[in-house]
Design a binder for this molecule. Structure first.
Ligand SMILES: [Zn+2]
Length: 317
């Protein structure tokens, strides 16, 4: 039911973030202000129904102009076709089903592209012409924005930063390649590496992490902050992997700003410092000196803000 609110001047949009294990959705104004956030564990097998329910809750009596959804995978925002998602069981009809279930103009966008756009407009990318955004989360994504436009590449899938090979002899990646950056530096893979080393190497067992076998990347970050040498070492090594890949981006693109976001960046400067050190060591100096490497500013809201703003743009706002 479309109930037009009395205040037509303030248009509202809904942004949805499907990039992690928790669905996050919010009402977002045309200026990108987040009015109300809803969160729920992702119902992976019933995504259309779950999103339609959340959208109905958020709408209430508010007039909503469009819906933007950021998701992990290769998606064509013009057609809504999801070509590939390693993390979500999305059917070919996802776009049509969701548009039908909500009755709203719909935009589907890659989660890293959405987050990058949010940061470009309102966060760490403000006042820059060119950015490369890196999402260090449950997977690793990347996105390139030049002069306000997302660079999509020949077939729409540019920016797959997580699938740059970092170790030619590494482990199998979900994408089919071996040794991708994602296989060592995504949140689950940082946990995997930490776990393997912790229970293989008896000298590491002094770490507080050894107490609980089910630790998460946030636990590793917390222990590192508390001065746990082993947790610090794992974050430092993760930073070296990421910095190695960032050096390639600096040499290739010489963008003004590289912005790092996602849950892995909860480690803040503990991770950012080794990333910058390694990127400096491995990149061409004149390129490095004109590229700022900074932490994202919108936190968990970047995907849903960016998705809502892009949906607004598509709807002609
Ligand atoms: Zn891969």
């Amino acid at each position: 039911m479309q109930a037009d609110g009395p205040n037509q001047a303030e248009k509202s949009y809904i942004g949805v973030d499907l990039s992690g294990p928790t669905l996050r959705a919010a009402l977002v104004s045309a200026a990108g202000e987040v009015a109300r956030v809803l969160e729920a564990p992702l119902e992976r097998e019933q995504l259309v129904e779950q999103i339609a329910r959340v959208v109905a809750d958020l709408r209430g009596g508010t007039s909503v102009e469009a819906l933007g959804v950021g998701l992990p995978g290769l998606v064509d925002p013009r057609t809504g076709r999801v070509h590939f998602s390693t993390d979500l069981p999305l059917r070919e009809e996802f776009y049509a089903d969701l548009a039908g279930a909500t009755g709203l103009p719909l935009l589907l966008e890659n989660d890293a592209n959405a987050a990058a756009y949010g940061e470009y407009v309102l966060g760490a990318g403000r006042a820059s012409q060119s950015i490369f955004y890196v999402m260090l989360g449950y997977g690793i994504g990347g996105a390139l924005i030049f002069d306000g436009q997302i660079w999509r590449g020949a077939s729409g899938f540019a920016g797959e930063f997580g699938h740059i090979t970092i170790d030619p002899d590494g482990i199998q990646c979900a994408c089919g390649n071996v040794g991708c950056l994602e296989t060592v530096a995504s949140a689950p893979n940082i946990v995997r590496r930490t776990h393997e080393r912790l229970f293989r190497d008896s000298t590491s067992s002094l770490s507080k992490l050894a107490v609980n076998r089910d630790f998460t990347v946030s636990d590793i970050t917390r222990e590192a902050r508390n001065g746990d040498d082993f947790a610090l070492l794992m974050i430092e090594r993760t930073g070296r992997y990421i910095g190695t890949a960032i050096a390639a981006i600096i040499n290739l693109l010489n963008v003004e700003r590289i912005i790092l976001g996602g849950i892995v960046m909860e480690a803040g400067e503990l991770l950012l410092d080794p990333i910058i050190r390694e990127a400096r060591r491995r990149s061409f100096q004149p390129c490095f000196e004109t590229t700022q490497i900074v932490a994202a500013q919108l936190g968990l809201d970047s995907v849903l803000i960016g998705a809502a703003l892009l949906a607004a743009q598509k709807a002609g706002a």
